[in-house]
Design a protein around this ligand. Structure first.
Ligand SMILES: [Cu+2]
Length: 169
């Protein structure tokens, strides 16, 4: 049967092709680090995510000494145009909800509220973020948002080399 002769010749290149395809769309997790202190400051004004990043693992540290109930911080990601409304909704949600409205679709990612000396890690996907939209991160702790906010920048392919973090104050 001729079938047995051509089948391996087709099947093997197809396998290679598929393996190459799977490899090229493989998820890539990029790591971001950001800190907050007792002075109500983050240590970055802009966080950059390269075009190769499908997922982000963000480590957030509170390097101060104050308790979470006194001067806690969190890290929330949203469209810049949603930040003010989300900050207000977060105050209504209260400490027990980490000052983030539960199940709110405007929240793209959020850490819990942490106090001095604590650290938390979250993971989220960037594949649904639109490169044409302005995104910001902010602290939703009451009164912190006006000073604790920054840009979350999706770098375009072929643009500046992806950086973990920049814009130190
Ligand atoms: Cu804060």
């Amino acid at each position: 049967m001729k079938t047995y002769l051509w089948f391996p010749a087709i099947a093997w290149p197809m396998t290679l092709l598929l393996a190459g395809y799977v490899g090229s769309v493989d998820a890539q997790t990029c790591h971001l680090n950001i800190e907050a202190n007792d002075m109500m400051q983050y240590n970055a004004r802009t966080l950059h995510v390269g075009p190769e990043c499908t997922d982000v693992e963000l480590t957030f540290r509170h390097v101060g000494k104050e308790d979470a109930h006194v001067l806690g911080h969190d890290w929330v990601l949203a469209r810049s145009s949603d930040v003010n409304a989300l900050a207000n909704a977060g105050i209504s949600a209260g400490f027990d909800h980490g000052y983030v409205p539960p199940d709110d679709p405007r929240v793209i990612a959020a850490t819990r509220v942490i106090g001095g000396g604590q650290e938390t890690v979250i993971r989220f996907s960037t594949t649904k973020l639109d490169p044409g939209v302005d995104y910001s991160f902010f602290c939703s702790y009451p009164g912190h948002t006006p000073t604790m906010r920054g840009r979350f920048q999706l770098d375009k392919p072929g643009g500046a080399a992806p950086r973990q973090m920049s814009g130190l104050p």
